[in-house]
Design a protein. Sequence first.
Length: 329
Amino acid sequence: MDGARPPLHRQLVFKARPENFHQNHLRRLGRPRSLVGGASFQQSRFNRISLFCCYLFFFFCIDSIHADSPPPLEIRFLDVGYGEAIVLRLPEGGAVLIDGGRPEKGPRVASLLRQMGIDRLDALLVTHFHPDHAGGLGPVFDQLLPFSSKKERTGMILLPLFPKAVEPEVETVLRKIERRPYRVVRRGEIIPLSDSVRLEALHPGALRGDPNEDSLAVKVIHGEMIFLFTADIGPEVQRELLAIYGPKLKANVAKIPHHGGESIEPFVQAVRPERAILSIGPNPYGLPKEEVLEMYRRAGAHLHRTDLEGTITITSDGRSVRVRTERRR
Ligand SMILES: [Zn+2]
């Protein structure tokens, strides 16, 4: 019966042992070479079959590794000058945008998203309503967030608050948000972005009335990798987060808060990122502050800057990250 026969590789092993034994025995006895030669022929045939089996084994192993490894999470810090626009491409295929840069950068942000093959956002996160973060979101709303009244995860808009008044440059964006379903997010909320990526809101808790300090700060978790997005929070909130989260602030990749504005060293030491990203361009505020960049260097971070390297792309497989930049420094 076929079912009673041992598998192919076991048949070969069972056959090989007596042959090896026979061949060695013949050598020891000094039998005629023709007999030894016959054994060698069988041996080389066996070697060829073994080699073929090994090849098949590796082929199937490599194939199954490819089949099992999911696509990566990709995070792009777009070069939008002074401001911020960050794109997350989820391993399962969706896309999330965090902020959209200044008003004049809006068309570029929308076209960059389209160039990346994104024609609809699964979520848009507006960290706060200053022009360098929310000003460029007009074209994104019009082109990439088609209105959906269904209670579905696509097109989700996440905000730290819904402001009553904003600077004129953000007014149109605010009116667009008003017409769509949005969700105000508070500290401690956990929002799944996909099966393998989740977002945890670290801030705001109670509002202070300062848009920078009330920015939505989040942690994005993908496997063992943690990404920290802290918008424009300043020293006051950094102290608060340190008191609440302490060593849990540790991240593999962190965006430097407020374009390298004032920071406190214990916060930077708690975050201790391997990669720190600065989204920056020419500005009248004297940012970034060199002493803040120095804090990140002291914490062991490798610094990346959008003004020097262009768009910075981080790829995560859930266990490690890789970085590539548009330009070399
Ligand atoms: Zn800003």
